[in-house]
Design a binder for this molecule. Structure first.
Ligand code: A1LUD
Ligand code: HCS
Ligand code: ZN
Length: 331
């Protein structure tokens, strides 16, 4: 059986990139902006707690990112997993409904924004796409291992596929336009995601993004060459890149990825702070980008070859407004 509403490969994403003038704008930190609004989630479910407690706030944040210029909304399913919800005492049906809710909230925000903006005949916006977030296994573990890649000796390819399978099915059936695999920290999980797309015959495009601690390798220490060699074989992976890594690594990483793949490159770094997975807090920055630095960097990242640019943790609608402003400049 093929999941996805209609037969399409990477075309929806390619079309958006083209309409956006060669580089589309991804939104910014969702968990971050929920926290800016007062949400608190020092909890194994992290931002997925909002799906249960404050779904309206999630829709508000999606609308804020659209208003700021985002062409792509990433859903609130990063740390929303069926085992995570079961451990919280929810039923399978309730857990799956929360995943469906994450897509519905983004689709509703997109549709409302699109209907409103079309009343302005001079608008220059694109109809946004909804990318269903699939956070790494490490995000579910809630021990910071999405930044270390250390999943322990018991994990293997099949276990990772089984971890990802049902959530992926539910998110695709719920009507997402894309799948966004986020903060993948090692080759094994990248391979599991790519193989799963084939096994499930997923018809919507996906991007697979890695985190990085040193700007040269995946957090596991495996080279991006090794990781991308696996993904280059998959026609269902439309784009590859980096999310939630420090922004000062991004330019060199884009150049490195350009040598390693012909796929579109997606980058949405965090502001440069490091996550303490045990204390569950961001450490004080050594080097951090403000919105102005994001604005300056966005054109450099585009000129180096990135086709999708946005922000991750500690970036906000103001960051995306700054990025969007420069990427959508017409000369
Ligand atoms: C993107 S990180 C800040 C998400 C939270 C992490 N997975 C944890 O639960 O510790
Ligand atoms: N899509 C998630 C990624 C966290 S690393 C968020 O923006 O909160
Ligand atoms: Zn992040």
């Amino acid at each position: 059986m093929g999941f996805g509403r209609e037969k399409k490969s990477s075309s929806a994403l390619d079309e958006l990139i083209e309409k956006a003038g060669g580089c589309a704008v991804v939104d910014g930190g969702l968990g971050t902006q929920l926290e800016m609004h007062g949400a608190s989630f020092n909890d194994p479910l992290w931002s997925a707690l909002c799906l249960i407690k404050q779904p309206d706030l999630i829709k508000t944040v999606h609308l804020e990112y659209l208003e700021a210029g985002a062409d792509i909304l990433v859903t609130s399913s990063y740390q929303a997993t069926i085992p995570g919800f079961l451990e919280r005492g929810l039923s399978i049906e309730e857990a799956e409904n929360l995943l469906r809710r994450s897509v519905k909230l983004a689709v509703e925000a997109r549709d409302e924004f699109w209907n409103d903006i079309q009343r302005n005949p001079l608008h220059n916006r694109n109809r946004a796409l909804v990318a269903a977030s699939i956070g790494s296994y490490g995000a579910y573990l809630a021990d910071g291992s999405e930044y270390s890649g250390n999943y322990g000796p018991k994990i293997n390819l099949e276990k990772l596929k089984d971890f990802h399978r049902r959530r992926l099915q539910v998110l695709v059936e719920a009507g997402a336009d894309l799948l966004a695999f986020e903060t993948i920290p090692n080759k094994l999980e990248a391979q599991a995601c790519a193989e799963l797309l084939d096994e499930e015959n997923v018809q919507i495009p996906s991007w697979i993004c890695f985190s990085s601690l040193d700007g040269k390798n995946a957090p596991s220490g495996e080279s991006f060459k090794e990781c991308l060699d696996v993904l280059n074989k998959s026609k269902r992976v439309a784009a590859v890149g980096i999310n939630c890594a420090p922004p000062h690594f991004v330019l060199d990483l884009i150049k490195n990825f350009k040598e390693l793949t012909v796929k579109a490159i997606v980058v949405y770094p965090n502001s440069g702070r490091l996550w303490d997975g045990i204390a569950k807090r961001w450490l004080q920055p050594s080097k951090c980008f403000d919105d102005e630095k994001f604005e300056l960097s966005a054109t450099r990242w585009r000129d180096a070859g990135a086709k999708l640019i946005g922000g991750c943790c500690q970036t906000t609608p103001d960051t995306i407004r700054a990025i969007s402003k420069v990427l959508k400049l017409k000369f």
